[in-house]
Design a protein around this ligand. Structure first.
Ligand SMILES: NC(=O)C[C@H](N)C(=O)O
Length: 160
């Protein structure tokens, strides 16, 4: 098994600058997290976009779609902002023959109490076990991408 990871930004990759609580989206953290998790799976990380997912537009989603569709690997992990993860998931539903898992984090991976490492582990577990399709791995659960919504108030993902 080999996992192609595409970084698209979101809070998982955010870097905060103290004084103004201003942020930038840094390089994808996924590789560092997988090293921390001591995985024995081969993987490659490619940064496609570095945006908060609220700022992703149709062209960004087309790029994500085309990169996933053209990827030679069966297993694809997308790190993505949580606010519009389901919108991007819906754009990928037509891609056949792949296990595609999207995950992200409510807190930046660079924060000590971040959920990023846990969520990434969940996503890798999902990639190991699921059949072809598009999934969202968040809140300790793996959802078909078209059967989940973010509950912003509660800060978690729930079945629709
Ligand atoms: N936790 C997050 O990732 C929220 C962020 N606004 C995003 O969707 O990119």
């Amino acid at each position: 098994m080999f996992i192609q990871i595409f970084g698209t930004g979101g809070t998982l990759d955010k870097l905060y600058h103290d004084a103004l609580s201003d942020y930038q989206i840094g390089e994808p953290m996924a590789g560092e997290l997988l090293e921390q998790g001591r995985v024995s799976i081969g993987y490659a990380v490619e940064s496609l976009i570095r945006k908060d997912s609220l700022e992703l537009d149709d062209a960004d989603r087309q790029l994500i779609h085309d990169k996933v569709a053209a990827c030679p690997y069966e297993h694809v992990l997308i790190t993505h902002g949580t606010d519009t993860m389901t919108v991007t998931g819906a754009c990928l539903e037509d891609i056949q023959g792949k296990v595609i898992v999207l995950t992200g984090a409510m807190q930046p991976a660079r924060f000590r109490d971040s959920d990023a490492l846990f969520n990434l582990g969940l996503a890798v577990g999902a990639l190991n076990t699921l059949g072809h399709g598009v999934y969202i791995a968040m809140s300790g659960r793996v959802f078909p991408a078209d059967q989940v919504k973010k509950n912003r108030l509660a800060g978690r993902f729930e079945s629709t």
